[in-house]
Design a protein around this ligand. Structure first.
Ligand SMILES: [Fe+2]
Ligand SMILES: [Fe+2]
Length: 238
């Protein structure tokens, strides 16, 4: 008897990659801003406050493109930590292919969010340069590295002992970022009149104004937060 397998995906075509957070229309972006501003911030843990406090002290309480570039540098760190832990788990469960595949699905998700954060960082760096804002080695190289180093190790260690805490910490970080972006847009109405330079339009999309671009990024952060809260409900892949 010959066993034939129907391929799930026709040869010559590619499976779809996770597309990342949805791109919103102009009206939905404004609605997203109102929704965020009407939602109270999460109750931040001590660990989260240990990161937010030095950031506020070093870069100011008010939002700015340099501060956001700094936040985006550290934003992708937990996703990297989870990706690394995921590969370790795939290897460990290699004999149980269904479980290894589910772990791998989480890795793919973490990588999609990491890429999304990477675009945020590139967009912020572009806005910093266009605005001629100065970045120093100490504040914009050494300090982000030190905070990332701390965050990375906290993320993987937490993930090892209590993965739900690791997801919760990220949800708090994302909630903070979401509120920072939307508050900044609300406090700077002139940004609605500045056209989106569209430097990464091919990869990220192009909005009408810098304000809409920031609203879209703020909404991405909310999506990341909701993903982490969802993962908290089933922190260990079974
Ligand atoms: Fe981000
Ligand atoms: Fe994020």
């Amino acid at each position: 008897m010959t066993i034939t397998f129907e391929p799930a995906i026709a040869p010559g075509t590619r499976p779809e990659l996770p597309s990342g957070p949805p791109k919103l229309s102009r009206d939905l972006l404004r609605q997203a801003e109102r929704d965020t501003l009407a939602t109270p911030r999460m109750a931040y843990s001590l660990l989260a406050r240990m990161m937010f406090k030095p950031v506020d002290l070093l870069y100011g309480k008010q939002g700015s493109f340099t501060k956001f570039a700094m936040l985006e540098t550290i934003a992708r760190v937990p996703y990297q930590a989870w990706e690394r832990m995921g590969y370790w788990a795939v290897h460990r469960h290699a004999a149980r292919s269904a479980l290894a595949r589910r772990v791998f699905e989480r890795i793919v998700e973490a990588r999609a969010d990491q890429d999304n954060e990477q675009w945020h960082l590139l967009i912020m760096q572009d806005l910093v340069q266009r605005n001629g804002e100065r970045q120093t080695w100490l504040l914009h190289r050494a300090a982000p590295w030190a905070i990332s180093f701390f965050y990375y190790h906290v993320s993987w260690m937490l993930f090892l002992v209590r993965p739900d805490w690791s997801y919760r910490l990220n949800a708090e970080f994302e909630d903070h970022a979401e509120h920072e972006y939307m508050t900044f847009v609300a406090e700077n109405p002139a940004l609605d009149l500045v056209p989106d330079p569209g430097t990464y339009a091919a990869e990220y999309g192009r909005h009408r104004s810098v304000a809409d671009l920031l609203r879209q990024i703020g909404h991405d952060e909310r999506t990341h937060k909701l993903d982490s809260l969802e993962s908290m409900r089933e922190p260990r892949v079974r």
